[in-house]
Design a protein around this ligand. Sequence first.
Ligand code: SF4
Length: 66
Amino acid sequence: MTGEIWSLSKKQANYRPAPRKDVRCDVCRFMFPPLALGGCRLVRGLIQGSGTCDRFTPRRATPPKA
Ligand code: SF4
């Protein structure tokens, strides 16, 4: 994954406004800091907390518990 740092443009990642709260950049593990405005480890440029992209990954991986 480290080889992927800033490897994508917003266009490549299909960065766009998030349609739902649970896929926002500010809850994605790649955003830093996870605030209204910040950066992303994968996608270059200024990232808005209210955006999302095809590489969205939840910050907290919550494996289903039995
Ligand atoms: S949703 Fe995409 S652009 Fe937003 S923080 Fe995650 S990887 Fe970066």
